[in-house]
Design a binder for this molecule. Structure first.
Ligand SMILES: Nc1ncnc2c1ncn2[C@@H]1O[C@H](COP(=O)(O)OP(=O)(O)OP(=O)(O)O)[C@@H](O)[C@H]1O
Ligand SMILES: [Mg+2]
Length: 242
């Protein structure tokens, strides 16, 4: 990928599920490397559908999806799995951690799937947990952690393979306001470190605090796409080592 190539390019993306109206209608959007984009819109407007296209979890009926130089919409199952492993980190509303693995083992997992050696994977995971302020929970099971701590573990796991793109779907949706603010601060730091981020949310204030650009979706269409002045300027710029 060159500097000028967008990290995400959606072109004419259409998706209709069998039992309803189109969930995405002719969506075209381009995201440059290093942008932090918030996708905002009412429930059912197509936000998660769009994120799933970018993540290679679903395919458009027509249109193309290109991420970090990969034509995601034409990948088969194995190709899509490899793409997700190498190119995207994902964070979800309900963390999606494995409860019978320790925090450290949850974070190590994506690296082990790429063939990174166990010692190197543990070293990298320990470093991430440290930077994210949860190193003391490395040997605990996720069930013992607070919501905000669990989401930090999910962020560490998402960053483990150093993906060019971080995707988040309502990452603060299940959190109280204090934990939500921690996760927002983390997203700002990552953006300041140059991480490309797309975050789906209902939350206007999260978008205002974390994004440099806000894309609004209504009924499966992009209704507006605007830059956010002076947003995402963190206090602790550069704090998250990659
Ligand atoms: N797998 C599916 N099968 C059938 N319909 C689906 C499927 N996934 C999404 N839809 C429909 O597509 C539309 C868009 O759903 P989507 O999940 O993208 O909305 P959303 O904007 O993420 O909403 P929310 O804010 O509630 O998470 C909805 O009408 C939904 O019911
Ligand atoms: Mg959704």
């Amino acid at each position: 990928m060159t500097m000028t190539e967008p990290v995400i390019e959606l072109s004419g993306v259409h998706r209709r599920f069998a039992d309803g109206p189109a969930a995405l209608r002719d969506v075209s959007m381009s995201v440059r490397a290093g942008e932090a984009v918030a996708i905002l819109g009412p429930s059912g407007s197509g936000k998660s559908t769009m994120l799933n296209m970018i993540a290679g979890l679903d395919r458009p009926d027509s249109g193309t999806v290109t991420v970090a130089g990969v034509r995601v919409d034409t990948l088969g199952e194995a190709g899509a799995a490899r793409y997700r492993r190498d190119k995207v980190g994902m964070i979800f509303q309900f963390f999606n951690l494995l409860d019978d693995l320790t925090v450290l083992d949850n974070v190590v997992l994506p690296a082990e799937m790429t063939g990174v050696g166990r010692a190197e994977a543990r070293r990298r995971a320990t470093g991430l947990l440290d930077v994210l302020g949860i190193a003391r929970h490395a040997r605990a099971y996720p069930g013992r952690l607070s919501g905000g701590e669990r989401q930090r573990v999910a962020v560490a796991r998402a960053l483990m393979n150093r993906p060019p793109l971080l995707l988040a779907d309502e990452p603060t949706g299940a959190l109280d306001s204090e934990s939500g603010a921690e996760v927002e601060a983390l997203l700002r730091e990552l953006h300041a470190d140059g991480q490309s981020i797309v975050v789906v949310t209902h939350d206007e204030s999260l978008a205002a605090r974390c994004a440099t650009r806000v894309v609004r979706i209504v009924d499966g269409r992009i209704a507006s796409d605007t830059g956010v002045a002076d947003a995402a300027t963190p206090d602790g710029a550069g704090a998250v080592a990659r």
